[in-house]
Design a protein around this ligand. Structure first.
Ligand SMILES: [Zn+2]
Ligand SMILES: [Zn+2]
Length: 409
């Protein structure tokens, strides 16, 4: 059988079968189409303002590295006029961050972007290693995730930056939507679908330019652009519920590649049904609404970076196979990425479940239980947006510090 030609340029040999829709593309066209799609996400939702300072939450992992690379390319190609810089969080996990921070430092040079590293110890008085020493490994990802979310915010404030972009991809979005659906948490589902979140209590807005990009395509992009990133799993275990949602999505994707995007779109459609919600679609239908959010637990579960999830093994396997295929690809053979089956998670510990008061809404004779929209306030201690007196981080810290005091006594 003669090798297939790229469906886009129709001249080059197709070497990549897009995970998203199984289109056969050449390397150049794949890279271009990936970038064009991110550009569309950005422009259709009016994400950036000229002159804006934008911090890229950089972990050294594939998602944020691809985000940095693509944003640099698009900023130059389409003249967004934004000032990009890398913002890295050092959780203080020995042997984990050391190498990934080195990666971020190299990225800063490669992409000619300023880099700011903020440590958990500076921000909270605790490194993650110290947290684990105190509370053990179980549940520590809750701390890591909560601390990380605020760390990006606080780091940005320190630098006087009002916009942070993160590398959340379509798989992450689908995972979060599914989790909120399974929890029956429609308000949070609504917020989690939004490309941009912010709140009155915090003047730092967050956005996800890769929210429609498949994780597998991010791996492919990183591979074919030969990006320098750190591929390893977080050594601390991910939250079981998120891990299960992720496995489910990966299984669905195997049977139906569009499943991931379908879930994201469905999430956006459902979000529109939530009273008072201002969700966005891909943005084509209007300006992106900045959903107000106490999204302390949205999107980022566990260790906050996609590198720290249960599927790290699967993506690592894909990376390995890509490297092995490289030689064959260079010889002009068509290669397709097939992924090994992944054993489902057997872990059963669950993170602390948020229990919310429920009210009922009477509509057309039906009684529909709904979760009230949380009133936004700010934390008494640190001023971070919170619906409670203390924000999650300050509550966790209170427990930790009590623990430390007892040890000292
Ligand atoms: Zn082509
Ligand atoms: Zn606080």
């Amino acid at each position: 059988m003669p090798p297939a030609l790229c469906v886009s340029c129709k001249t080059e040999r197709a070497l990549i079968k897009r995970p998203k829709n199984h289109e056969k593309l050449c390397k150049t066209c794949f890279i271009r189409v990936f970038e064009d799609e991110v550009h569309h996400t950005i422009t259709s939702s009016g994400l950036f303002q000229p002159g804006e300072n934008v911090a890229i939450g950089a972990s050294g992992g594939k998602d944020s590295t691809v985000l940095a690379s693509v944003l640099k390319t698009l900023n130059e190609r389409h003249h967004y006029g934004v000032n990009l810089l890398l913002l890295s969080i050092d959780e203080g996990i020995k042997g984990y961050r050391d190498d990934s921070l080195e990666t971020v430092k190299r990225n800063a040079v490669q992409y000619e972007m300023p880099l700011k590293i903020v440590g958990y110890d500076e921000l909270y008085g605790w490194t993650m290693d110290q947290v684990v020493e105190t509370i053990g490994k179980k549940g520590n990802c809750t701390y890591c995730g909560v601390f990380r979310r605020q760390a990006l915010d606080r780091g940005s404030k320190m630098l006087g930056i009002k916009h942070v972009v993160t590398g959340h991809n379509a798989d992450d979005m689908a995972e979060t939507i599914l989790m909120n659906l399974l929890r029956g948490d429609l308000p949070r589902l609504s917020r989690s679908t939004s490309i941009m979140t912010g709140s009155d209590a915090s003047d730092v807005k967050r956005s996800k330019p890769l929210k429609y990009a498949y994780e597998k395509e991010i791996v492919l992009y990183a591979h074919h652009k030969k990006l320098d990133y750190f591929s390893t799993e977080c050594i601390y275990s991910p939250e079981a519920f998120r891990g299960s949602a992720r496995s489910l999505i990966k299984n669905l994707e195997r049977v139906r590649p569009s499943a991931i995007l379908d879930i994201v779109r469905s999430g956006e459609d459902m979000a529109r049904l939530v009273p008072g919600a201002v969700p966005d679609a891909c943005g084509c239908k209007g300006k992106a609404a900045a959903a107000t959010a106490t999204d302390e637990t949205d999107g980022i579960g566990g260790c906050g970076s996609a590198a720290g999830r249960s599927n790290g093994g699967e993506m690592a396997a894909m990376e390995r196979q890509l490297r092995e295929n490289s030689a064959a690809t260079e010889k002009g053979l068509e290669t397709e990425v097939s992924l090994p089956a992944v054993a489902s998670s057997t872990s059963t510990n669950s993170g602390p479940a948020a229990i919310k008061p429920k009210t009922e809404l009477k509509r057309a004779g039906q009684v529909i239980p709904i979760v009230p929209r949380q009133k936004l306030g700010s934390c008494e201690k640190c001023g971070y947006m919170s619906s409670q007196k203390l924000c999650q981080a300050c509550m966790l810290l209170e427990g930790l510090n009590k623990n430390r005091a007892e040890v000292v006594l």
